[in-house]
Write a protein that binds this ligand. Sequence first.
Ligand SMILES: Cc1cc2nc3c(=O)[nH]c(=O)nc-3n(C[C@H](O)[C@H](O)[C@H](O)COP(=O)(O)OP(=O)(O)OC[C@H]3O[C@@H](n4cnc5c(N)ncnc54)[C@H](O)[C@@H]3O)c2cc1C
Length: 376
Amino acid sequence: MIPGRPEVDVAVIGAGIVGLATAAAFARKRRSVLVVERHDAIARETTSRSSEVLHAGLYYPPGSSKARFCVAGRERIEERCARLGIPARRTGKLVVATDPAEVEVLERLRRIGTENGASGLEIIGAEAVASLEPSVRAVAALFSPATGIVDAHALSLSFLAEAEGAGALLALRSEVRGIEKIAGGYRLRVRDADGTVSSVVCAAVVNAAGLGSDRIAALAGLDVDACGYRLHPCKGDYFALAPGAPVRISRLVYPVPAEAGLGIHATLDLGGRIRFGPDARYVETASYEVDATRREAFAAAIRRYLPDLRDDWLSPDYAGIRPKLAGPGEGFRDFVVAEESARGLAGFVNLVGIESPGLTASAAIAEHVASLVASV
Ligand SMILES: Cc1cc2nc3c(=O)[nH]c(=O)nc-3n(C[C@H](O)[C@H](O)[C@H](O)COP(=O)(O)OP(=O)(O)OC[C@H]3O[C@@H](n4cnc5c(N)ncnc54)[C@H](O)[C@@H]3O)c2cc1C
């Protein structure tokens, strides 16, 4: 290698769904790609700890990156799943009002969703809800026929396979510890599992490090607070419904949205298992242990729309942590998808705050990122 000359066109930091989709998008454009991941396997963090819902685009301000990438991403992912046989299903979803005062929220979501491009949204009354979902009680609901579920791991693997098929390399157990701007690109310092530090020179960098993305931005020399890139991790626990419990749903059921999340909702996985969550609590440390003492609070929240649910039908399942840009009590924050030429970092793309609907949006974010560094 000639010192300082790029060994790869693009280094992608992080092998979650966003990093892998981005690697595939660059590989499709015949760029050489290295994905650097600190764990010993792909998709070990937020990607494997979500509700696996392909959102229709109800919740995000029209024109926002969340809205645009969600709607475009769902279309791309549905097409991809159909083409490659990745498990996915359009289940449809009900957002339920359990109090007449919540009906105006449904109206607002319908307006926003329709403007964002979510198709077929319809407000239905209590009887229609009961005939669709006999276990659910609601005064009205917003029905979203386009919402669905996907096997997030199979989808992640499909992006990895596509990227590797086009020559991309994946370095596991490799943590990025330093980033230096050099002429014509960047030098990454990468520490492997043995503690050995090596360096990689690349023309462009994509920071798809999820919960670590603010730290990566700081390693590149950015003032995270001045840029507005500081993350506020927000944990969500899930509880599973006991097999055999006499509660049936065949669509996803959500309450009206809560402050830091979408409210404790009922989702199905592709095996038909019902799980509830996530709640939302800002945390200092990244523990994925589910707080079993929250069972009563979960059951009480769920009983608002599934009145027959009993506390002892719930058992702790798993937890995820949202990489949120909005701190407690703060309003809407959009995804950061930024090529940083204006901050002196040409060819460096930051993806920060990729919380929900990041799984749905991943394929569209990836294509956009590949177009942002088209000159590499
Ligand atoms: C509870 C919960 C529920 C959700 N539900 C949904 C949903 O139903 N639908 C939806 O669309 N979205 C949902 N989301 C959001 C979605 O899961 C995320 O937006 C998406 O998975 C983010 O993917 P990612 O690749 O950006 O991050 P991650 O999957 O976290 O991947 C980032 C990767 O970067 C690696 N990394 C970090 N730092 C370094 C470093 N220094 N060196 C090397 N590697 C590093 C990490 O190890 C990790 O593998 C949910 C999120 C949460 C928390």
